[in-house]
Design a protein around this ligand. Structure first.
Ligand SMILES: [Zn+2]
Length: 286
């Protein structure tokens, strides 16, 4: 009865049901209800369940991260991502929009002849990206006018944080030029890892309320993106370096991390929903 007013954070449906509880890792005294939506099959937390200033906390969390103050160094992860996007794009890439660009690490891997734009809402973090010579828009994506379209729009590990995701998804779609690419990375609960943890009663690390709020079902995303003229070109999964049972054992931990890294890049297993970091590559076809 107490959840009568809860609506799906993803699609707005009232056909929702609580399916469990999750502790907020940074605030273990606070417990959130984990919901499933019977309409779009997505899962979510209701940010209104507890009174926490998410923006303020996010800002403080962002500022405390090591990368904010680190010197820029190219890394193999983004080099590979740049190569696969370039190969997928039919024709030259003239402009890129990275939503949630942080200090601009991903954009910094592209040639400077491309128009490189980022969206970053934490002002101090946006400033770091600007100092690196990038164009940075310091306002929420859904409030942008979308008069500008980009050949490639990327959104890595952002969509799960949103409290009004449809508006942002819509804005993302409108920002992509014809035949352009939209690339998103989100945590997926429709994976063996998430399901196994659920089965053994252990909290999946991506259940991180109130910072992670939305967990999109594949069905929902397919329907939403195809209604906006997008076609899925590739779906891959990665452990994101998060699966290491030997992390505390010095040598073995390093060897395991290397093996996982190679599996993430080269193994055909990356096309199976084993690990929970899901990368989706869409092309705008109409
Ligand atoms: Zn829904």
């Amino acid at each position: 009865m107490e959840f009568l007013n809860t609506v799906c954070l993803v699609c707005g449906s009232r056909e929702v049901e609580p399916i469990g509880k999750a502790v907020s890792p940074p605030m273990p005294e606070i417990i959130y209800t984990y919901f499933n939506c019977n309409t779009c099959r997505s899962r979510f937390f209701d940010p209104k369940e507890h009174c926490v200033d998410i923006y303020d906390r996010n800002e403080k969390l962002s500022m405390s991260e090591h990368y904010v103050h680190a010197e820029f160094k190219p890394n193999s992860y983004w080099i590979r991502e740049v190569a696969s996007i370039t190969a997928m794009m039919e024709g030259p890439i003239k402009s890129i929009l990275d939503c949630g660009c942080r200090t601009g690490d991903f954009l910094m891997h592209w040639p400077k002849s491309i128009k490189l734009t980022g969206v970053e809402i934490v002002p101090q973090v946006a400033e770091v990206a600007r100092e690196r010579g990038l164009i940075v828009i310091n306002e929420p994506l859904e409030q942008m006018l979308h008069l500008t379209k980009y050949d490639v729009v990327t959104c890595y590990a952002i969509l799960e944080h949103l409290s009004s995701p449809e508006k942002v998804l819509d804005a993302l779609c409108k920002s992509v030029s014809e035949k352009g690419l939209l690339i998103v990375m989100i945590p997926s609960f429709q994976t063996w890892k998430a399901r196994l943890l659920e089965l053994i009663g252990q909290q999946w690390h991506q259940l991180y309320p109130p910072f992670h709020l939305c967990f999109y079902s594949n069905e929902y995303l397919s329907k939403f993106l195809s209604s906006r003229g997008f076609q899925l070109e590739r779906r891959i999964y990665s452990s994101g370096g998060m699966f290491n049972p030997f992390a505390k054992i010095p040598f073995l931990g390093k060897v395991w991390a290397k093996i996982m890294h190679l599996l993430d890049i080269y193994s055909p297993l990356r096309f199976l929903p084993i690990f929970d970091h899901m990368y989706l590559y869409y092309r705008k076809i109409s």
